[in-house]
Design a protein around this ligand. Structure first.
Ligand code: PMV
Length: 324
């Protein structure tokens, strides 16, 4: 009986234009296209071992054995790999994040990108970037964007084949920094899988989705031209639109805390004062504050002075997922 093992590393990403809501929940086909950058320095490292001696898949994350829905979600991706590789063996999955477990940084993007790459390599498959991106998407939509390097767009195709991510510019194209103001390290009450399902209960979602191609094009051009002012305006607008959907879903999802709003207002004031900076927020209370690298120390220092900011993590633009 032989075991087959592989280890992969992937960075989480932060979306400038957000994915929120699915066309097809089961296949995780996103309702709208999205655009992000990978976060250098933050990473998930995952080892997958297919072992004929195992009676079932098993999972450990940061040294803790997990079961229930978390293991079931991992097994679903492994089932896709087993189907592709014509394999029936169960797998042992070990995953570690190098960013603080309690920092409240969404790790599903890096987690499912690293899992997809490690599992497919351990199964003997040689998938290209598009195939890996589709596979990662079946675990978590945003994970599709952690496969290619740098600045990455996820296409909202109408089928599994048409919905994958590709790089629009390499990491060195634009030296941006993400200063992540951690307001709360608590685990979010309603995760994004459930959130995507609630999106369609907001009467505002069709309008947000219909306008997404325009915002994507504005953001894509702003990134390609390194036009920070246009970038800042469209990134903040897109973030507000997603949170408007969340807040008007039934039941509503209100992720912000008082410090979240304090940071939003501070960032807007700093930009009016000529500091090139803007914010975006995922499905949680923490605020990602983006700026050109030369301003990151100033931004980091200012964020630390805001009451309620527990910690600031700083990341640059990261590469794609890779085998270790
Ligand atoms: O990949 P998921 O299912 O965790 O969804 C990601 C949702 C947001 O982080 C809020 C937006 C995005 O595009 O990353």
């Amino acid at each position: 009986m032989t075991t087959h093992s592989a280890t992969a590393i992937a960075h989480p990403n932060i979306a400038f234009i957000k994915y929120w809501g699915n066309l097809d929940h089961d296949a995780r086909l996103p309702a709208n296209g999205s655009l992000s950058m990978n976060l250098a320095g933050l990473e998930t490292r995952t080892t997958v071992t297919f072992d004929p001696g195992l009676p079932a898949d098993q999972l450990s994350v940061n040294g803790e054995r997990l079961s229930g829905p978390k293991l079931a979600r991992v097994s679903r991706l492994l089932d896709n790999v087993r189907r592709m590789a014509d394999l029936e063996t169960f797998a042992d999955v070990h995953s570690e994040n190098n960013f603080p477990a309690g920092a409240g940084i969404a790790s599903s993007s890096s987690a499912f990108a690293a899992l997809g790459l490690a599992a497919s390599a351990a199964a003997g498959l040689q998938l290209d970037e598009q195939e890996l991106s589709r596979l990662a998407r079946t675990g978590s939509g945003s994970a599709a964007r952690s496969i290619p390097p740098g600045f990455v767009e996820l296409l909202a195709g109408e089928s599994h084949a048409e919905s994958y991510a590709h790089s629009i510019a390499p990491p060195e194209h634009w030296d941006l920094s993400d200063c992540i103001a951690v307001v709360s390290a608590e685990h979010k009450a309603v995760g994004s899988t459930q959130g995507h399902q609630l999106a369609e209960t907001s009467p505002l979602q069709p309008a947000r989705v219909a306008d997404a191609p325009r915002r994507l094009e504005l953001c894509r051009q702003a990134v390609l031209k390194r036009d920070f002012q246009t970038f800042a305006e469209v990134v903040e607008h897109d973030c507000q639109l997603m949170h408007a959907i969340m807040m008007t879903s039934q039941p509503p999802l209100i992720y912000w805390q008082p410090a979240t709003l304090a940071i939003i207002q501070a960032v807007r004031a700093w930009r009016e004062d000529s500091l090139p900076v803007c914010y975006t927020i995922d499905a949680g209370p923490n605020v990602h504050v983006l700026c050109p690298r030369q301003h990151r120390q100033t931004v980091e220092g200012k964020l630390r002075e805001i009451p309620g900011v527990a910690q600031v993590l700083v990341a640059g633009v990261g590469g794609g997922a890779r085998l270790a």
